[in-house]
Design a protein around this ligand. Sequence first.
Ligand SMILES: C[S@@+](CC[C@H](N)C(=O)[O-])C[C@H]1O[C@@H](n2cnc3c(N)ncnc32)[C@H](O)[C@@H]1O
Length: 506
Amino acid sequence: MLERSQLPIEALPAWAHLNGIKFHDSIGFEKLANGSGIVTKVDRKEDDHDDNSEIRKNDQEQTNNVEVLISVPSDMVLSLDLVHDFAKSDSYLREVLEALGDFGRTARGAILIFLLCHITYESDTHTKIGVTNPWSEYIKFIPSDIPLPTLWTEVERVLLYGTSLKDAVDFKLSALESEFDRLQDATQSISWCNREWWDEETGRLSFEDWNMVDAMYRSRALDLPGSGHVMVPCVDMANHASGEETVALYETDEDRNAVLQLRLGKKLRPGEEVTITYGDEKGASEMIFSYGFLESSVNSARQLFLALDIPDDDPLKQAKKMICANNTAPGLRLAVEEGKTKWESDFIYWACVNEEDGLSFELMQTHEGPPELKVLWKDEEEIGHVSDKTSTMKAKSLRGILSREPQWEIFHLRAVVLVQQCLQSHLAMLGGEMEQEFANVEHDADGSQTGVRSYIYDMIRQLRIQETELLKRGLEDLSSEIEDLMSSEPVRRYLEQQEQVEEDFS
Ligand SMILES: C[S@@+](CC[C@H](N)C(=O)[O-])C[C@H]1O[C@@H](n2cnc3c(N)ncnc32)[C@H](O)[C@@H]1O
């Protein structure tokens, strides 16, 4: 693994000052219970601006009386464009970006490669490599102990059994492993990469490094208005608080600076933490996945995503999976909206209809290349298309097509029953014996005795409780949805026909 040097948070104001980042005179950084954070200095005196006060009343007036707390010049905001600008004068970075093709042309890909290159430049390299810039130093303020589940121990991850986070983390880890393999394939012929990263004797790059830069990006990237997904130095030191507790928000000003500004109606109180929201609507599982914590004041899972598959005995399973691959996520979302649970999934309808209902796949010979698949509804309407490269859906959703059919209630009932089975199987994994087993798991403060850190254990326990509650509520609401569907005309007629067929046979 690459070694990383760190800088103390106390050195951040000096770094920021050198790099044109301006602060309201009452804003500072401190070590808090949840890592570093932005705080209002205790000795703040109203209207007492000393010479270091860089955002003054004039600037505040220019921004329509919005109190600007931090202002970061656009050329310090780490974006896809800035990485490619840096690459113009840094041939080391440029070689890696070019070798990775399309991946290096996405914001996440470019930023991950940038972070990895700069951590390498600043590590104990065999010869001096790379072109440093202010971000080479800023990376040293980013902590290494990031509590995201992709960085948890294996024993801790096992405790996610039954939660919606389990599949998401497993999937993410295998996606990260594939990316790491691609990085190796693409860069081992570049001599500096081979020497510093891959060579059996001199290379020091490991999967943990890739996992770490992904976690840095995932837990700190902001969707900055007008700039997309970026990393904003200093502003990314803001911790999260939701609802009325959120003190500040981030914006882009007319000069394209990234600014942290006080929310309207909020006041800076000496000693108070300056928080932003990472997304009030995010579910418990997503908060842990992206940021590694749960807010103690939130006691609902809000929403969860569960993985689904087409059953193995479905004769069209492979073809269905091909058409779904680019068009619909293989899962369902369960959420609380306006006091009731709601579920959404287009994928599930692919598991509910087959040839006897009107779904068919037709093989088409092409002039060049392998044959392609046409997806047909009732032999006449082409609803999708699968080639060896991609698959496309012509209609917006299969649900939309089925909802126009006279048997819609029958198709929908099949979907609701599958949702019910899915929720029941997750609930079984969260409760009963599993609950008891979880309660018996040993843990200790830093995990050195048991492999499980107590705060991670408590967080998973919280998630298990909240998701159990949501699943139970979901199942209650599904029972009444099933009751309504069972009494609908098409379902009643269908069941009568089925009974008739059975009687005829007997
Ligand atoms: C954007 S960074 C914020 C700065 C971070 N505290 C640091 O030391 O660099 C996001 C990370 O801060 C921590 N964090 C933010 N808000 C939190 C909160 N309300 N409770 C616990 N941890 C929090 C989590 O570790 C999260 O992944």
